[in-house]
Design a protein around this ligand. Structure first.
Ligand code: SF4
Length: 469
């Protein structure tokens, strides 16, 4: 590769992190981008969350100069502006750009205190991960290459103990953690890792790296389908509830033709059979147990709640990432009821009121705990509302089917019982946070989404009884 061509590529923080996860992923991203899988909605949602929290963190260092380059072609100009702003001791800088002939770093916040700069990265998470430390160490490395060493380096992240009182105070909402010592200690490994990652951008072909747990750590890799081509029919990779290490260990056994070890878990064994044979199986014992629970009610109702989970809370008393109900549908006999809580100050209370109005003795739903409104079980218990979450029965193996693989997510299971729906509906909850323009008629779409899901839960219960063996 000519020096001229090399000068056209630089390694950014995200490319560096990608390289630390897997050099092949970095090579493919820069040279064979078309091979990637579509980016998942979950991942898009995370990116989106990061932007809004980043802007809020600027309020911790008010009156700063924003140097954010709109596009990569503007990096050089922004780097010049950064240099100038630092030389004139501008107190607070947002998105300051540092560029060498190989690397580019964009520092979220630089703040001048006692005549020296401190560098801050902002994260929309509740804790600091190993990846975040790598990330900060890379930024510090690039700044050092330009002979600019901030006096301190740290991470600003969301304070898990914060409770919204009606007035969003960024000084309470965020936690600042000084990581200068850790970042300096990481410099010895950062320099060679950055150099290795930079060189891979110009390799003639993709490095030979086998698939493994690293394909998901720290992020699910977009080149999964490309690299797993010869493993896509493997049953073990589709097992839900098995650790990544175990999956890839079993994959080796499967590929070498040796006997798979005993799963030591009946649900895993039955999932494996269902995926391999494409035949469904039911657990009679669990069906009996479920029947006993449900028959205690004269007529069960079927519920679906659409919830949102935002880093910045919007309702008094909520913490960051509180799961808040946005709308719900209940199916009772032939009646389908829907209610939206979008404009409510007390959405959880409104949800309980909606459930009360239906007057059902027992509510059946199918949802993972992380998507249920926070404190849902306790609040229902206080109101003596009896609940049955079908998802727990699925996780024990009441119905094993290849259709629910590879994740046995509540959404996937419910979708299996929906006959017709608009393309976006199965992702509506996430889309609403990403780009409202993608959904034409939001109120109607939310209603359709909730009611189709509630009906799906009813149909799933029917299918369990009909197909029992
Ligand atoms: S799928 Fe795995 S092996 Fe392939 S590029 Fe991604 S991380 Fe690397």
């Amino acid at each position: 590769m000519s020096e001229k061509k090399k000068s056209k590529k630089s390694l950014s923080k995200s490319a560096y992190i990608r390289g630390r996860q897997c050099l092949k992923s970095l090579y493919l991203y820069k040279n064979r981008y078309f091979l990637r899988d579509p980016i998942s909605y979950e991942q898009q949602l995370k990116f989106r969350r990061g932007h809004s929290v980043g802007d809020l963190a600027h309020e911790l260092f008010p009156g700063g100069v924003n140097l954010k380059p709109g596009h990569a072609s503007k990096y050089a100009k922004a780097a010049e502006e950064t240099k100038l702003a630092i030389s004139t001791k501008t107190p607070n800088l947002y998105e300051a750009v540092f560029m060498t002939d190989k690397y580019v770093a964009i520092m979220d916040i630089l703040s001048l205190k006692n005549d020296v700069y401190g560098a801050w990265e902002v994260k929309s998470s509740l804790r600091i991960s190993k990846t975040y430390l790598w990330d900060l160490a890379f930024q510090y490395f690039v700044m050092s290459e330009l002979e600019f060493r901030p006096e301190s380096a740290g991470i600003i992240h969301v304070n898990s103990e914060y409770v919204y009182n009606g007035n969003l105070n960024p000084f309470d909402f965020f936690t600042k953690v000084d990581l200068t010592k850790e970042v300096i200690a990481l410099q010895d490994e950062t320099k060679p890792a950055a150099e290795e990652a930079f060189e891979i951008l110009f390799a003639d072909s993709s490095p030979s790296i086998d698939v493994g747990p690293h394909c998901f750590d720290p992020y699910p890799c977009e080149f999964y389908s490309h690299c797993h081509k010869k493993h896509l029919s493997s049953s073990v990779l589709k097992l839900a509830g098995l650790s990544l290490e175990s999956k890839y260990r079993l994959l080796l056994n499967e590929n070498s033709g040796s006997e798979l070890c005993d799963f030591g878990d009946e649900f895993l064994r039955r999932q494996y059979e269902a995926i391999k044979t494409r035949k469904e199986s039911f657990d009679e014992g669990l069906i009996e147990e479920l029947s006993e629970n449900i028959l205690s009610a004269v007529q069960p109702s079927f519920l679906h709640v659409l919830s949102t989970r935002k880093a910045v809370p919007e309702h008094v008393g909520d913490k960051p990432f509180t799961v808040v109900p946005l709308a719900a549908a209940i199916v009772c006999g032939e009646i389908v009821e829907f209610r939206s809580f979008e404009n409510s100050d007390l959405p959880m209370q409104e949800l309980l009121g909606f459930i009360d109005d239906i007057g059902s003795q027992l509510l059946v739903f199918l949802e993972t705990d992380e998507f249920l409104p926070s404190d849902f079980y306790n609040r229902c218990e206080e109101k003596e509302i009896q609940l049955v979450n079908l998802y727990n029965y699925f996780m024990e193996g009441i119905w094993c089917s290849h259709v629910f693989s590879p994740d046995y997510s509540a959404e996937r299971i419910r979708n299996s019982a929906m006959k017709s729906r608009s393309q976006y509906e199965n992702r509506l909850a996430l889309l609403l946070d990403i780009d409202k323009k993608k959904v034409e008629n939001i109120p109607l779409s939310i209603q359709n989404y909730c009611t189709s899901n509630a009906i799906a839960v009813k149909n799933i219960l029917g299918s369990i009884y009909e197909n029992r063996i």
